[in-house]
Design a protein around this ligand. Structure first.
Ligand code: G
Ligand code: G
Ligand code: MN
Ligand code: NA
Length: 254
């Protein structure tokens, strides 16, 4: 209740901050882009994780406004970073199911792009399977419009739902983000490696690229590289970090 009250004021009081987790090309180990992850610096309670306030924002009809702010901020900061560093980067933004249903979504995406000057192909939207299949026909329409505008689209937390690969044919998505739990899973009889390799091969056959989430150890990195997984994120490379630290991180890589 108290949290809801202060959440209503968080935007105007400038208490949100976008952090970024680098995404790495698994062949070259170079950073190709980053995922935007929202943080809330509550004046009394300090940093509150999105798992605690996003559900409230969704419930109380605040997620669309917050999501628009994240989008605008991520586009602006990424374009500024590319200008300062003189290198190409892409940024991915998480969308909740509510935002997919928002009639203003496409307009606000276009506005964020034109105001920042970020090329549409440098912006990726991450959608969960659950959000996509809530209203398949509507999702397909929105995704088609976003693809026509030149954006990249990914399926987030892939492997945690139940829909499998067949539904992917319906959605014009470019990227599968393998969930951390999936990357670490040991299935009876089939080794993780064979399981992941088969999945990556299928994704590639469908012209999708694969990003593994939650890479924490060199062993897992080797396994994913051997399975031809394209990109990865995880604590082994870098944690989500504020913009200033990301810039330092990228400068050191140059
Ligand atoms: O690192 P982390 O605790 O930030 O993320 C927790 C969850 O919050 C993830 O599922 C992530 O997708 C979600 N999340 C982070 N930032 C945003 C955002 O800007 N919008 C939405 N809808 N979800 C977000
Ligand atoms: O649901 P989504 O994939 O958008 O959320 C990403 C979440 O995963 C964020 O909370 C982020 O902080 C977290 N994360 C990123 N890398 C790692 C990792 O290597 N290990 C763990 N445990 N969490 C990670
Ligand atoms: Mn994500
Ligand atoms: Na995810």
């Amino acid at each position: 209740m108290a949290l809801e009250h202060s959440l209503r004021r968080a935007l105007e009081r400038n208490e949100f901050e976008v952090h970024y987790q680098p995404r790495v090309d698994l062949k070259s180990l170079r950073v190709v882009g980053m995922e935007a992850l929202l943080r809330w610096n509550h004046p009394q309670m300090g940093w509150i994780p999105p798992s605690e306030f996003i559900p409230i924002a969704e419930d109380k009809g605040m997620i669309n406004a917050i999501g628009q702010w994240v989008m605008a901020q991520a586009c602006r900061q990424t374009q500024a970073l590319m200008d300062r560093l003189g290198r190409a980067l892409s940024v991915s933004v998480n969308l909740s199911a509510h935002q997919l249903r928002d009639p203003a979504l496409v307009g606000s995406v276009r506005a964020a792009l034109s105001e920042s000057g970020l090329p549409p192909s440098a912006l990726e939207l991450e959608l969960t399977e659950t959000a996509l299949i809530e209203d398949v026909d509507h999702s397909v329409n929105v995704l088609r419009t976003l693809k026509q505008a030149g954006l990249m689209l990914s399926v987030d937390d892939f492997g945690t739902g139940y829909s499998g690969l067949s539904y992917l044919k319906r959605f014009p998505v470019d990227i599968l983000k393998l969930d951390r739990s999936f990357v670490y899973q040991r299935t009876e009889g089939v080794s993780s490696f064979e399981f992941i390799k088969a999945l990556v091969d299928m994704a590639h056959a469908l012209k999708l690229s694969v990003v593994a989430e939650g890479i924490e150890t060199p062993d897992i990195l080797t396994l994913l590289t051997d399975a031809s997984c394209d990109h990865g994120q995880g604590y082994l490379f870098a944690r989500p970090m504020p913009l200033a630290r990301l810039e330092q991180f990228l400068e050191e890589e140059n």
